[in-house]
Design a protein around this ligand. Structure first.
Ligand code: FAD
Ligand code: EPU
Length: 335
């Protein structure tokens, strides 16, 4: 385990922002994490796949890249399997492993970048499924006293793009593994409209989990930029949750505004639609801008600075607020 000095983090964030970390180390097991943490006095940044981060400045501290690999069968019966997955496993590779073995539950979350360890952080979600639906436990190391704690699904306090690790326990834990409960008797979930449409286009009537995964991959690839080609962190903002009154006010002027009814009488509005209506979709300024196919995605065409992308996000928040009276919240973690 080598602690490197003044390392560029460009290869470690999907926005492709070139910043320097004062110290950088890669860890591959809990012992190495403990050893690094017990000797460290600098500010700490835990890095997974770097796909939900925007660096606005150099990082004056220790960036610790999580490479903890492990796939363990915890328990199994005729209908279910419980798998404990190391936090450094790549999320989409885990999804493909489940599909190959016939374990249903994560196929709708195909092609989400990043590592398994970050999946509970913001309760990743797509195409009608959130990872909270399949997580039973999260194991995490306390950064100060180095004790290992197991969080049950309930203790994770999952909600839309959030968990206890982004709220009351923010910055307190290094997630080391996640345990998932998967179904051996596949029950596919195609309730999210676009999946059904894509399956029809492919002329598939009785979809397998592999078919659903392929449909999701096709839909995602048609509108989300591939970070290997154009730097980005997926949705830059969360979809805002608004009251029925606010929703009706918008619908009075824009009857086609996409909105989704939520429990407790509130509504989720499509932030991409709000941003598009403010005229930002496809806007390019120098080397950064708003993606031409998905206005919720801010992009780096090559040499952008994180601070420029952050300023763009401020302008977007201002214009959505002045047109619709809605304050967008960033989904991406800003550093
Ligand atoms: P990172 O970006 O490395 O880290 C994210 C945060 O978690 C940071 O604060 C980091 O310090 C912390 N962290 C990471 N690992 C650990 C750990 N082991 N312990 C403690 N803290 C940790 N997200 C969705 O929910 N749904 C989508 O459909 C989706 N689509 C995307 C599409 C694209 C093209 C891109 C680029 C991103 C997309 N995302 C999506 C966002 C992103 O992929 C997820 O948030 C993912 O879970 C981030 O994983 P990561 O390993 O890259 O985390
Ligand atoms: N829309 C527009 N203009 C746009 C973008 C979207 O009008 O530029 C409209 C679409 O036509 C559609 C609605 O907004 O009616 C929703 O769009 P989409 O289905 O593309 O989903 P989203 O709400 O923009 C969310 C997640 C994604 C996830 C998809 C699929 C958030 C913040 N984003 O996007 O997650 O993959 O649904 O489930 O919840 C991420 O978190 O990084 C991410 C990519």
């Amino acid at each position: 385990m080598e602690i490197k000095k003044n390392t560029s983090l460009k290869p470690f964030n999907t926005f492709g922002i070139d910043v320097i970390a004062t110290s950088f180390v890669e860890v591959k097991n809990i012992q190495e994490v403990k050893s690094v943490l017990s000797n460290n006095k600098q500010p700490l940044l835990i890095l997974g796949g770097g796909s939900n981060l925007l660096f606005t400045t150099d990082f004056d501290g220790l960036a610790i890249k999580n490479n903890l690999k492990e796939i363990t069968v915890v328990e199994e019966n005729d209908s279910e399997i419980y798998l404990k997955i190391g936090a450094g496993e790549v999320w989409h590779e885990f999804v493909l492993y489940c599909i190959k073995n016939g374990y249903a539950g994560v196929e709708n979350l195909s092609l989400i970048p990043g590592n398994v360890g970050a999946s509970p952080m913001q309760n990743i979600g797509a195409y009608g499924v959130e990872v909270k639906d399949v997580i039973t436990e999260v194991e995490a190391l306390h950064l100060k006293d180095l004790s290992l704690r197991t969080f049950t699904n309930e203790a994770c306090e999952f909600s839309y793009r959030s968990s206890v690790f982004k709220t009351s326990e923010k910055g307190n834990y290094f997630i080391t593994s996640v345990t998932f409960k998967l179904n051996k008797q596949a029950k596919v979930n195609t309730s999210y409209g676009a999946i059904d449409g894509e399956l029809k286009r492919l002329e598939i009537e009785s979809p397998t989990i592999k078919d659903v995964s392929n449909a999701v991959i096709n839909i995602r690839s048609s509108k989300l930029p591939d970070p290997k080609k154009i730097g980005n962190s997926g949705s830059f903002f969360k979809n805002p949750i608004i009251s029925e009154g606010q929703k009706n006010k918008i619908l009075a002027n824009y009857p086609d505004a996409p909105n989704y009814s939520q429990p407790n009488g509130v509504f989720k509005m499509a932030a991409g639609w709000l941003i598009e209506k403010c005229g930002w979709k496809g806007k390019r300024i120098d080397d950064y801008g708003v993606h031409e196919l998905q206005a919720l995605v801010l992009v780096n065409y090559g040499g952008a600075k994180g601070s420029e992308i952050y300023s763009l996000s401020e302008k977007i928040i201002e214009s959505v607020n002045s047109k619709f009276g809605i304050i967008l919240e960033r989904e991406v973690n800003i550093l």
